[in-house]
Design a protein around this ligand. Structure first.
Ligand code: CA
Length: 230
């Protein structure tokens, strides 16, 4: 297995090209992969079909505003979100708890400062302890194996890659498309149903060790997540 350095991917939804260009430049200078969308709807689609570590969302977007976009995202993802805002009344709403944003930046802002905030949030996210994860499911990278409650799971290569993907981000819903990207050499040749079949097999193997567990949750029409707090 070749080891490539993981580069976090950031989605930017911003309708002003000059601002977007500066942000993208600063993020790329800091080693991030980036994807830029001008419209809220396009940003939402992008988030559903690709893997992102963080989203930066302008509040004032032409099709629907950043708050609406955030609410839609929160229905299927707990990805960190930073808002870009120009107005103080927007800040009041961001600070209101219901949106679940991680941070905000007021325009005009320094793109480098924004990129620093991105780094801080991602560092915080990755250092959050997940105590149950190590007890319950443990990835053994060296042996390409996964242990469940201390027992080694007999997984095929694809099952190993699928389950590893889910373990990386407990509670996050992954679409079938995202799971295929993670596990298949040529995902375009596979059917969505293939993911379902492999998930079924993984569940059966988990059940052999603990018949009570319901670790992998199906989200109808969206995909799968790993639920540790059940
Ligand atoms: Ca705008």
């Amino acid at each position: 297995m070749t080891v490539t350095e993981y580069k976090a991917q950031v989605l930017l939804v911003e309708d002003e090209p000059s601002i977007a260009d500066n942000v993208i430049f600063a993020l790329q200078m800091d080693g991030f992969r980036t994807n830029h969308q001008l419209l809220a709807a396009a940003g939402l689609e992008q988030l559903k079909s690709d893997d992102f570590d963080l989203a930066i969302i302008d509040v004032g977007l032409p099709d629907f505003n950043g708050f609406e976009l955030c609410k839609k995202i929160r229905q299927f993802s707990n990805i960190p979100i930073i808002f870009l805002t120009a107005r103080s009344d927007e800040i009041d709403r961001i600070l209101g708890l219901e949106l679940g944003a991680d941070d905000y930046v007021t325009k005009p802002f320094s793109p480098r400062e924004l990129s620093t905030r991105v780094k801080t949030i991602l560092r915080r996210a990755s250092s959050q302890p997940a105590p149950q994860q190590t007890e319950l499911l443990e990835i053994d990278n060296k042996r390409a194996a996964i242990n469940f409650q201390g027992h080694k799971l007999e997984l095929t290569r694809i099952e190993y890659l699928l389950l590893s993907k889910l373990i990386q981000r407990p509670e996050q819903v992954f679409s079938r498309e995202q799971l295929m990207q993670a596990a298949w050499e040529n995902p375009e040749h596979s059917l969505d149903r293939a993911v379902d079949t492999h998930i079924k097999s993984i569940r059966a193997k988990l059940k052999k060790i603990d018949s009570e567990q319901q670790l992998i949750k199906t989200h109808r029409g969206l995909g799968y997540s790993l639920e540790l707090n059940r």
